[in-house]
Design a binder for this molecule. Sequence first.
Ligand code: IVH
Length: 668
Amino acid sequence: MVSTALKQRTESLRKQIEEHNYHYYVEDSPLISDEAYDKLFQELLKLEDEYPELRSPLSPTQKVGGAPIDKFRKYKHAQPMLSLQNIYNEEESSVFYERWEETLGNKFSVLVEPKFDGLAIELVYENGGLVVAATRGDGETGEDVTENVKTIRSIPLHLRGDFPPLLEVRGEIILLKEDFEKLNQERAKAGETLFANPRNAAAGSIRQLDPRVAAQRKLDFFPHGVASVRGLKAKTQMDLLTSFRSWGLKTHTLYKVINSLPEIETFYKKVEGQRDSLDYEIDGIVLKLNSFKDQEELGFVSRSPRWAVAYKFKAQEGVTLLRDVVFQVGRTGVITPVAVLDPVWIGGVEVKRAGLHNEDQIRALGLKIGDSVVVKRAGDVIPDVVSVIEQKRSGREKTITFPKKCPACDSTIHRIEGEAAHRCPNIACPARLAEGLKHFCSKRAMNIEGLGDKWIDLLLENKLIRHFSSLYDLDKETVMTLERQGERSAQKLVDSIQKSKNTTLDRFIFALGIPLVGERTAELLAIHFGSLDKLLEASDEEFSQVEEVGPTVTEKIREFLDEARNRSEIDRLIKKGVNPKWEVAQGGHQGELKGQTFVITGTLPSLSRDEASQLIRENGGKITSSVSKNTDYVVVGEEAGSKLEKARTLGIKLLDEAGLRKLIKKSS
Ligand code: IVH
């Protein structure tokens, strides 16, 4: 027999852990440290382990995944899970809207929100406890995936607050883009086939039989509706979202209630513009009559509601033929395979090339030349080949062989242990030099105005430069021998090369192109050492004392500095008069923004994003890209998106440009 005291302790631990789960995963603002949480969790695990009679199917320990199962049971939905009708343009949206006007006059409002691109799921809560989670299946009957769904952190096992005694929540299980990328990288390394997109990865995670695997997948959930429910107080979609939140379910903040047709188009464009910067995939927006009474009045037609519709974005994916794979050498020697495609239009852009990342990725995709492939665009980056359509194979496709020799200099390529990348080891490799030079001259590095990629290729082809430092030997007459160059523009180019000699230490360090040393690390190195000489003499120990510099970065810096050719190149640059200084920013490091973390979102009235970042950094502040509980300020400009919403939810201080300037003035 277990003592009452132990029973009570178990209950108290469960309550505490559930409370902390809610604050951590739903509110995104934990109340206790990870260590303190782990202690509670371990204590509960131990109790349940020692006393089986204390175990419970709704214990928070279920979040780590219970025992594997043989197969999923079927689950018949009390109300069928229907689908939405799709529309694709403004004309179709106005037809829909006018149909609503015909029935409801002009006294209705519409809730607009994203269409999440995930896996549809139903959660059944009885008396606040999660009893079933089921997939959509054919709409009538789905699969009981309760054990896997229980592992999703933002899905409470018990509802909070004033919940109805019976509640069937409908929503979407998603996998964050970042976690999808990580998952695929791991799968590529392990030689496993890749998931084509986060939706497939989410579905695959929920539809596998070991809940412990599902627990590791970092899935998330957004509720968007209800089916059977007893005692619901909400009268509108909007009330429902608020209620979800009060019951401890995580909701998104990208919704809006609108009252006119033009607002639909505005919302559609706004959300489409934010699409790439969201942490998760969406494929359109959903328009829903806000009032449940209006919804009832409109009813259903065959398998879809008349009160809601999906307004889809233009496809970001396309299918085309893989003609060839070429291998490019980057400035650090990494060899990247690039797909050469039959041109295809995707989302209004013509795509001819796509990234393939590395050999593991090619293997995991099972890719062959001549294959029909799915290509996907994401933001401004080069599109990716995401999957192969094997059914379209003719049998004449050719295997892709990764080269053994560098395509530019014929050196033997190495694959570094523990890395997916293959590298050309020759630091004098012409392809590496070309890429290195482009980086050296670029805006964020030495900022040599007018010396773009084409110029660099031309100078290299004509053997006018052999390394970074020979740039500073170029004179007007030499430049004028190239491609009918006028005297004026030749002089301008030479002037801007000379001008770049006066630079700052962080830019110079960044320009050298040390592997893994990006702008931020270069700046931290400059702050720490304050001069090039000190940096060149530093020991590994000293490097590892630099903020954010760990053993891997230290090793890369060491390798770079130990290479005699790199050292003599630095010497030559200094001899030619390159003079990296560290004064302005050094003062800044002691600035009062020290220790404060900033996120910038939207367009500021007079500062570019780079300028604003520099201003903050010069005053000792730190810039990060995403808003979290550790953010001190969010600097907000026009057209700010989800970051602003997140900042509001987390209660983080907001500043406009003027506010930022004031803060800096006050602190100096
Ligand atoms: S409302 C009658 N809202 O889209 C269905 N559905 O074809 C009412 N979906 O698989 C659904 N985001 O799971 C609704 N914000 C959203 C949604 C959404 C994604 C999914 C849904 C279903 C499909 C409908």
